[in-house]
Design a protein around this ligand. Structure first.
Ligand code: GLN
Length: 199
């Protein structure tokens, strides 16, 4: 089974570990560069993207992570994790850097103004069996995507799921539901990458 790390600096790490294990991966928390080196894929959880970004710099993970993402490490970011996989953030707070990986511009807290938190059924391209239950918590949306990025889902016209090569991102939190089809999609991406050759 593929070994998939969950970036464990801040955020809902445990829920992702459970979801990944259910979807057939060996899941591990990743806090240090040597732990990052041992995984075949990485989930960047929801939480607070500014905090995760600052801790990544502090823990010496920012550069190793960027390097591995550029080299094709499969990554999946949910909510704050989506923000961290964006090549660009609209109005970044001072000091907020991203790992990058997806040619998109993300707007933080985009759904937050009217609604701090809500649930909605979301149809995701590549996920069979009907819409997934989208849990949105002060969620970002994708303002624009570059040519290489593929839009997988929208909610009320706003892009909420994107894939570019081995990088996947959703505005919502499938790890907080019992439906692990998004994680299964990601585990398949990691398996495909392993099948295609070494990292
Ligand atoms: N609003 C948070 C941020 O900007 C993301 C919230 C979440 O991950 N649920 O980082």
């Amino acid at each position: 089974a593929p070994v998939i790390g969950v970036l464990a600096l801040q955020g809902d790490v445990r829920e992702h570990v459970t979801a990944l294990a259910t979807a057939g991966a060996v899941a591990r928390a990743v806090r240090r560069p040597d732990e990052l080196a041992g995984v075949d894929g990485l989930v960047v959880p929801g939480g607070e993207s500014t905090t995760i970004s600052k801790l990544a710099v502090l823990f010496g993970l920012m550069e190793p992570l960027r390097t591995r993402v550029r080299a094709g490490l499969p990554v999946y970011g949910t909510c704050a994790g989506m923000i961290l996989l964006a090549d660009k953030i609209l109005d970044p707070r001072s000091g907020q850097e991203t790992f990058g990986g997806i040619d998109m511009i993300v707007r933080r807290n985009a759904f937050g103004r009217q609604n701090e938190s809500f649930e909605a059924a979301v149809d995701v391209d590549g996920v069979a069996g009907g819409p997934v239950e989208g849990v949105f918590i002060r969620a970002p949306w994708v303002e624009s995507v570059g040519a290489a990025a593929e839009v997988l889902a929208r909610h009320e016209g706003h892009v909420v799921a994107v894939r570019q090569g081995n990088a996947l991102a959703t505005s919502f939190h499938p790890e907080l539901t019992g439906d692990h089809r998004m994680h299964a999609l990601f585990v398949d991406m990691v398996r495909d990458r392993q099948g295609a050759g070494s990292l």
